[in-house]
Design a protein around this ligand. Structure first.
Ligand SMILES: [Mg+2]
Length: 347
């Protein structure tokens, strides 16, 4: 236990925010980003009109006829996600990623006020350098930090102090605890557990029986305040991935080779930016018919950042395979090494 406060930093409607960086004229109108035929992310004006991510684009248009739909700007999303984590790492002692756009941070602050100040600095920096809003939650544990960032949205900071924390450990609705499945929620409801404090009235073996030993333990810890408060840094990343679809929303189809080349270009750019060289490449092809993915791999003798090399290898792998019509493909650069270590092995 570090005993230090935890920050949860989370980009607001990330894909939509990235798409709107170059379209400030659209910031105040309902906009959604579409992946294939689904809403991947909607800005707040769109959400206010009932547009939800995960719904079909055509349903969203019925809900909100003036909704503007934009294709996922994949290259930009990957780029901004990497840059966001560069800033996280630069601002914290430890970073534990949750997704490409959210993480728990230990900023080294000893008290909640100091952590909140670091949170505001982080928010300003991300807005200035990347042009996207992030919300930051501050709390004593990861649960509290995450609940706080939810309250901070959009584009805000929220701190859960010790009084509010004490109250939440009694009143928090069970369905606000992430990671509990719908069936378990129903079963808990049947024995009268709707809020965290309700577990007090349930015999221990009954709670274990209803939601399993691990979940029961998690609930007791949340109830008595001994839940996870440690930000666990993830090792230096060992691979980078880029994805593309053959058919986007309102975009002409691309051939697998064009798609792979675009992914390789993006990956090499990101690897160079991060000071990393790759030793292997994997192409994962998703057939349009939805069948099993086709995986093509090659490892090189020495790590390289050379995009011409990777373009050639990717082209080679595709040429040597029977490629059906694709829904999309994913390219991963693997075995990443810091450039300084690569130079050492060469000389
Ligand atoms: Mg987010």
């Amino acid at each position: 236990m570090t005993g230090r406060p935890v920050l949860h930093a989370d980009a607001d409607s990330f894909f939509a925010s990235v798409a709107l960086r170059t379209r400030p004229d659209l910031a105040a109108v309902p906009v959604a980003v579409v992946a294939h035929v689904y809403i991947a992310s909607a800005n707040y004006p769109a959400r206010a009109r009932g547009v939800r991510s995960g719904s079909l684009a055509q349903d969203a248009l019925r809900q909100c006829p003036e909704l503007i739909l934009i294709d996922v700007p994949r290259a930009e999303v990957e780029e901004v996600g990497d840059a966001l984590f560069d800033i996280f790492h630069d601002s914290a002692r430890a970073v534990e990623p949750g997704s490409i756009e959210e993480a728990f941070l230990d900023v080294g602050a000893d008290d909640l006020a100091g952590a909140a100040e670091a949170g505001q600095t982080l928010r300003r920096r991300v807005a200035r350098e990347l042009g996207i809003p992030i919300s930051v939650g501050v709390g004593r544990t990861k649960l509290m930090a995450k609940l706080a960032s939810r309250r901070a949205k959009p584009d805000g900071l929220y701190l859960i102090d010790s009084d509010e924390e004490a109250a939440l450990r009694t009143t928090l609705p069970i369905d606000d605890v992430w990671g509990i499945g719908a069936t378990t929620l129903q079963r808990l409801g049947r024995i009268g557990v709707f809020r965290l404090g309700d577990v007090d009235g349930i015999p221990r073996n009954e709670l274990q029986h209803v939601c399993g030993t691990a979940m029961a333990r998690r609930l007791w810890r949340m109830r008595d305040g001994t839940d996870d408060a440690v930000v666990r840094p993830v090792e230096q990343r060992s691979s980078l991935t880029a994805e593309g679809s053959t058919a986007g929303y309102a975009r002409p189809d691309k051939t697998p080779a064009e798609l792979a080349a675009a992914c390789v270009e993006r990956l090499c750019h990101r690897a160079e930016r991060a000071g990393l060289a790759g030793t292997g490449i994997t192409l994962t092809l998703r057939p349009e018919t939805g069948g099993k993915a086709i995986v093509l791999k090659r490892t090189l003798v020495a790590a390289t950042t050379g995009r011409d090399t990777w373009l050639e290898v990717a082209g080679d792998l595709l040429a040597g395979a029977v490629v059906p019509r694709l829904a999309g493909l994913r390219v991963t650069l693997t075995g990443l090494l810091p450039l300084d270590r690569v130079l050492h092995t060469l000389f």
